[in-house]
Ligand binder design. Structure first.
Ligand code: NAI
Length: 342
């Protein structure tokens, strides 16, 4: 049976890593009819819209998508296509697993964390305004609801139950932001009462940031509001060999959209240097989501084996034993495909 999914190529390294990922999925024997759609700065420049209606329609129709990263200008310009996608498609759960791949150089052992970032609320809603006419003071709204907070905690606890995880940590700033962050923490407390077999604990987010670089193996599932989740999931990526290896999923009640944690990497875009692993591992999450567990396992193991051997891996990876020169995106993809087919 062929599945149907939307493919957003994105900007920067997006077209390179999406092409690599399509090839690996095909090599694993899963047939997907890709409906190519556009989002980001490239399509904005051509059409004046960073997230065309056809792209949203395609995702709603297919309920499944894979996305390359998209550019958002700093301090000016259009609203992020990612934020729009999450808000318009109600992609409330941004799930980012972080795990050491054997063969990577890291000061830690056994890091295996799943970050649950609430995807549709908080300061990320982008409601900003000038306070004075001279535009010397600005302010932003952080909106957090009981409904969404409970929904993300429920999702995290259900995930923990299904995957045999033992501990859920809420990271927050409820000591200072007593209403918004307090509401989030209280939602965690109230949902946790329904899951007596899973330990629930909380950490103030600044302490959490320190804990992650000192004792990451102590943490299991971590649940955060949107902005803290964005920042701490990149920190987590740094614990396990960088952004080139960190996958992600945006899940809603209707649509599931899979994308790496990394951005468009403008410094290496178009040079065939990007590490395709993060998007390939995002596709592994997508295959698990649609029930293609065998193919997912095969691809994950193939990526892990390529990293462990260190012969054909892109330059961003810090490896225990790198053999020879850094590989290109295409070479690393070819090597992963060889393992998938072996
Ligand atoms: P970035 O993730 O694009 O790059 C940070 C650093 O990591 C760079 O040195 C880059 O070369 C490296 N890197 C990232 N992915 C890599 C990969 N697959 N292989 C090898 N090296 C990799 O973050 P940055 O520079 O902060 O953002 C650049 C653009 O990406 C911005 O326009 C930003 O808005 C956008 N962005 C988009 C995201 C998305 O669409 N999901 C997520 C994060 C940023």
């Amino acid at each position: 049976m062929a599945y149907r999914a939307t493919l957003i190529l994105g900007d920067g390294i997006g077209p390179e890593v999406t092409a690599a990922t399509q090839r690996v999925i095909e090599a694993a024997g899963v047939k997907i009819d890709w409906e190519v759609a556009r989002a980001g700065l490239g399509v904005l420049k051509e059409t004046g819209n960073a997230l065309p209606k056809e792209t949203l329609d395609s995702l709603i129709r297919n309920k499944l998508g894979l996305k390359g990263p998209t550019d958002t200008p700093l301090g000016e310009g259009h609203r992020s296509a990612n934020v729009e996608l999450r808000m318009k498609l109600d992609l409330y759960a941004n799930i980012r697993p972080v795990k050491i791949i054997p063969g990577q150089i890291t000061p830690f052992k056994d890091v295996d964390i799943v970050v649950f970032r609430q995807g549709t609320e908080d300061i990320y809603i982008g409601e900003e305004r000038w306070v004075d006419d001279a535009h010397t003071i600005a302010e932003a709204v952080s909106r957090i609801s009981k409904f969404e907070s409970e929904r993300i905690f429920r999702h995290a606890f259900e995930y923990a139950t299904k995957h045999g995880r033992k501990k859920v940590t809420c990271a927050h700033k409820a000591n200072i932001l007593k209403l918004t962050q307090g509401l989030f923490l209280n939602a965690g407390r109230s949902i946790s009462a329904r899951y007596p077999d899973i330990v629930f604990q909380d950490r103030i987010v600044d302490n959490m940031a320190k804990e992650l670089v000192m004792y990451p193996s102590e943490y299991d599932v971590i649940v955060l509001t949107n902005m803290f989740g964005d920042i701490l999931s990149d920190e987590c990526a740094g614990l396990v060999g960088g952004l080139g290896f960190t996958p992600g999923a945006n899940i809603g009640e209707g649509v599931a959209l899979f994308e790496a944690v990394h951005g468009t990497a403008p410094d290496i875009a178009g040079q065939n240097k990007a590490n395709p692993s993060a998007l390939i591992l995002s596709a592994v999450m997508m295959l698990e989501h649609i029930g293609e567990s065998e193919a997912a396992k095969k691809i994950r193991e193939s990526v892990y084996q390529v990293v462990f051997e260190g012969r054909v891996v892109t330059g961003d990876a810090h490896l225990l034993h790198r053999v020879g020169k850094p590989a290109s995106t295409t070479e690393m993809t070819d090597e992963i495909i060889r393992k998938v087919q072996s």
